[in-house]
Write a protein that binds this ligand. Structure first.
Ligand SMILES: *[C@@H]1O[C@H](CO)[C@@H](O)[C@H](O)[C@H]1NC(C)=O
Ligand SMILES: *[C@@H]1O[C@H](CO)[C@@H](O)[C@H](O)[C@H]1NC(C)=O
Ligand SMILES: [Zn+2]
Length: 254
């Protein structure tokens, strides 16, 4: 009995320690690359729709800003699927401001060839071109976007991955730019909120961003700026999604 309790204590301690270490060295190789270059990281987060930035990337954005790096947001559509593009674009700027990204650092692409429609795959070449333009525009040295599954399986999310992956594979991404994809987790893990911390730590992702309580609240507030999107099931998402608390990233290429 005593032995069991002891083992339990040691294990809990080890887990807490790991948590602490991960939270305080969350950048993996991209921070050290930025350090080597003698400057702060300039992180370009690429999303498909207004609300992706807070529904999926908030831990990345908030932790990156907290560590004093610069963040730029590129959203490749206005989310005009229900003809609410104008409203959603405005909501995006509000949400970004709450997260701490000023309007000057947010770019929304409104291109008829990149419609917000779950049945249309965006042309990876066009996506790649838009992303590359923005990399040059912002002098980004880190690019972060969705992985091939894109969290929810939405084609627009995967298109971003394919666009970026093309750039990396064809060697068109500038050499100093590190590219990361947001790891999609199984449905089982997706709605376990902070309980997914342990599986996330144990996963082989190179980078883990874990939001503290204030950051989670901030992400929730940013989500509330997307008023046109707050249908009932989004509240469930806000309450239970691990992406509101945890992001794990994997490097592309190199
Ligand atoms: C926004 O971009 C400007 C210009 O590059 C930069 O100086 C600033 O730090 C950025 N803001 C944030 C919050 O990253
Ligand atoms: C978004 O997805 C829809 C349908 O899946 C598609 O029609 C549209 O072209 C996509 N947009 C982009 C930019 O990939
Ligand atoms: Zn989306």
């Amino acid at each position: 009995m005593v032995v069991l309790v002891l083992v339990g204590c040691v294990l809990s301690f080890a887990v807490l320690l790991h948590l602490f270490l991960w939270v305080h060295r969350p950048f993996g190789n991209f921070a050290s690359a930025a350090h080597r270059a003698g400057r702060r990281a300039r992180v370009l987060v690429v999303t498909a729709h207004p609300d992706d930035e807070c529904m999926f990337f908030a831990p990345t954005v908030l932790e990156t800003l907290r560590l004093g790096h610069q963040v730029f947001l590129l959203c490749l559509s206005t989310g005009n699927f229900e003809k609410k593009g104008f409203t959603r674009r405005r909501e995006l700027f509000k949400s970004a401001a709450i997260l701490g990204i000023p309007a000057d650092n947010v770019t929304v692409v409104d291109n008829p060839d990149l419609p917000d429609d779950i049945n249309i795959a965006w042309d990876p070449k066009l996506v790649a071109q838009k992303i590359l333009e923005q990399v040059f525009e912002t002098s980004a040295n880190v690019v972060i976007t969705f992985d091939h599954y894109g969290v929810s399986g939405h084609k627009n999310h995967s298109s971003l991955y394919h666009g970026v992956n093309d750039l990396v594979e064809k060697g068109q991404m500038p050499d100093n730019v590190l590219v990361y994809a947001l790891e999609s987790v199984s449905l089982m893990r997706k709605y376990t909120s902070f309980l997914d911390v342990l599986p996330s730590i144990l996963s082989s992702a190179s980078t883990l961003f874990l939001s503290g309580y204030p950051a989670v609240l901030k992400a929730q507030r940013a989500m509330c700026a997307h008023r046109s999107q707050l249908v009932w099931f989004r509240w469930l998402y806000i309450a239970f999604s691990r992406y509101m608390v945890i992001n794990t990233l994997r490097p592309l290429g190199r």
